[in-house]
Write a protein that binds this ligand. Structure first.
Ligand code: SF4
Ligand code: SF4
Length: 339
């Protein structure tokens, strides 16, 4: 059984969200008698260029204030992305972060200029013996892992575990999780508009009378699923075990670390913040959660989302939770306390 604290915020007001995160952060520190290291980076997602639903920079102000009050040196930490975009290199990534208002702290891009710098963390689980985690993460033994709980074309709905798995992995680690999966085009629906071809950064889609995805080239980023205007591109869930791989990378990312997890259950979109476009939320804003257990906090968010805005699409993330429990990452037995 793991404790998760929750504060309801339904106003989508960044200052209210910042205050809620601060209150929950302080509650976790106090209730677990958490002893800080001297430097504690805040793991964030800066939002892709054009995305409008990522957690705004203002929402971190309360956490930063508390860290500074405790004489801890904070920073923002992130890794480069797999696909071609504004966050593919350290230079462009930092420029975009600043454009999105993340100017309050120094920014660490943990996996080098182009995602090439990583350490191999041994885990010896079902799908991976080791995980390729961004090298700079090894310099710290604690993180405040902040997450935006939302969907993803391949991973389903989740927060903290996706942030650990994809957010801490270097490019090679992201690729290792995605490898072996590619969506498929339902030819009867395809209107040959070519939008998916334009979106695919690795030229994995050929367009004749219909679009065809070449599995050998596809890196499973799910970008094409998001842009298809007629829903012709769908996941092929057979045998790829992507969600279990996410759980194992999350395990590797947190191994030996004493993290605090803060999750924002707001702007719940079906796709993730790596999409450079406006997306309509599929549920009303619920609030902020905090825990020291990444499995429990994801479980608490999914449970509340399902209870308040029930929809079968929310449950795809349960596969990750199940495997995470099996490999000892955390507990899906939640003791939820509203603040
Ligand atoms: S998921 Fe789609 S967009 Fe992404 S690499 Fe594969 S074919 Fe290209
Ligand atoms: S975006 Fe959809 S409809 Fe357009 S070519 Fe690709 S699969 Fe076909």
């Amino acid at each position: 059984m793991s404790k998760v604290y929750f504060k309801r915020v339904i106003s989508n007001d960044s200052e209210a969200l910042s205050l809620a995160a601060k209150v929950l952060f302080e509650k976790i520190i106090e209730s677990t008698a958490h002893v800080f290291s001297k430097e504690v980076p805040i793991k964030v997602h800066f939002g892709e260029k054009g995305n409008t639903t990522f957690v705004p920079a203002v929402c971190y102000e309360g956490i930063i204030e508390t860290l500074k009050k405790n004489k801890i040196k904070p920073s923002f930490i992130e890794t480069n992305v797999l696909y071609r975009g504004s966050r593919t290199t350290r230079e462009s990534h930092i420029a975009l972060a600043k454009e999105h208002g993340f100017t309050a702290l120094p920014i660490i891009i943990a996996d080098g200029d182009h995602g090439e710098a990583y350490d191999e963390i041994e885990i010896h689980k079902s799908f991976f013996e080791t995980c390729k985690i961004g090298r700079e993460f090894s310099n710290y033994d604690q993180f405040v892992v902040t997450s935006h709980f939302k969907g993803h074309g391949m991973a389903g709905f989740g927060g903290a575990m996706k942030q650990l798995a994809m957010g801490f992995a270097a490019r090679g680690g992201k690729l290792a999780q995605h490898s072996g999966i590619s969506p498929v085009v339902k030819a009867s629906r395809c209107i040959a508009c070519g939008l998916c071809v334009q979106k695919c950064d690795v030229d994995a889609i050929e367009l004749g009378e219909k679009a065809v995805i070449i599995p050998e080239k596809c890196v499973g980023c799910a970008g094409c699923i998001a842009v298809c205007p007629v829903g012709a591109i769908q996941n092929d869930w057979s045998g790829e075990n992507f969600k279990e791989k996410v759980a194992e990378y999350a395990y590797g990312a947190q191994l030996g670390k004493d993290n605090i997890y803060i999750t924002f259950l707001i702007n719940v979109t079906e796709e993730c913040d790596c999409m450079g476009q406006h997306m309509e939320p599929v549920a009303k804003d619920i609030g902020v959660f905090a825990s020291k257990d990444p499995v429990a906090i994801d479980t608490a968010c999914l449970d509340m989302l399902q209870r308040e805005h029930g929809h079968p699409i929310f449950d795809a993330g349960r596969v990750t939770i199940k495997h995470a429990v099996e490999i000892g990452l955390g507990s899906d037995q939640v003791e939820l306390e509203a603040i």
